[in-house]
Design a protein around this ligand. Structure first.
Ligand SMILES: N[C@@H](CCC(=O)N[C@@H](CS)C(=O)NCC(=O)O)C(=O)O
Length: 255
């Protein structure tokens, strides 16, 4: 049996994405929480700070989308990247990597420094702290930390900041509905792939872990139906965040 470790913090959409790949394939793995303020303690061997890091029998790799292809090589059952749909998956994966996932960082880049932002940032710090305890001053400074984090500043360079946050949200949401289309899975595919598992944990994380009061995405019937179908392939908490920090049940929201 292979020894598999996923290094990262559950507040990272990319880490949640690789986590869902492993859950879908039914692969036993250990989640090694990384303290973002002291990454060397766990991922020092990578000579870097970027997560997720996936390690299989001592060999490690970065880049969440590459993890899907690597896992298929090692564990071909339940392919995340079925080659017969390669072109479609590549096209939507580019949208997910270049547009959809970076969109989650927009608030940290140029959103208002208001109570809503502060609340979210402190909740994220609490979620990180549940796995890798952070001193109170570090948690208090989390909103500022998000504003200045170099990797988030770097993402901003590839975004059109002249589009308002609200317009961006509406656009991305309608693009997502378009990619799900008539389903049953993203890209109109008849089986779930890496695309579904890259998006699903992001849509449910905020609601399940106390960043949002409602599962807002489920207001749209296309998204709600798709969320239900994808949830059937994953455990009840597919996010890697600590169970004891969960606030809302997804099953109830999708009933
Ligand atoms: N393209 C990468 C993006 C990973 C990424 O940006 N991870 C962030 C956390 S959300 C990170 O590790 N940032 C710290 C750093 O880059 O030093 C992937 O898909 O894995």
């Amino acid at each position: 049996m292979a020894n598999i470790k996923l290094y990262g913090y559950a507040t990272s959409p990319y880490v949640r994405k690789t986590g869902c790949f492993l859950y879908y394939k039914g692969i036993d793995f250990t989640h090694v929480p990384v303290n973002p303020t002291k990454p060397k303690a766990t991922i020092g061997h990578t000579n870097g700070t970027k997560v997720p890091v996936l390690e299989v029998d001592g060999e490690w790799r970065r880049e969440s989308s590459d993890h899907a292809r690597w896992l298929d090589e090692l564990f071909p059952d339940k392919p995340l990247y079925p080659l017969v749909h390669q072109a479609k998956i590549d096209e939507i994966d580019r949208w997910i990597s270049d547009t959809y996932l970076p969109g989650y960082f927009r608030r940290s880049i140029d959103g208002g420094f208001n109570t809503q932002f502060l609340f979210r940032a402190w909740r994220l710090a609490a979620l990180v702290s549940a796995d890798t305890p952070l001193p109170l001053p570090v948690r208090l400074m989390w909103p500022l930390g998000l504003r200045v984090a170099p990797f988030i500043r770097h993402m901003a360079k590839n975004m059109d900041l002249t589009e308002s946050y609200e317009d961006m949200q509406v656009r991305i949401f309608s693009e997502l509905v378009g990619h799900i289309g008539d389903g049953p899975y993203m890209g109109g595919l008849d089986q779930p792939t890496m695309l579904d598992f890259a998006v699903f944990p992001q849509l449910v994380f905020g609601y399940m872990f106390g960043l949002e009061e409602n599962l807002s995405a489920a207001v749209d019937p296309v998204i709600k139906g798709w969320l239900k179908r994808v949830s059937e392939h994953l455990p009840k908490n597919p996010t890697l965040a600590a169970d004891e920090m969960q606030i809302h049940s997804l099953t109830e929201a999708l009933a």
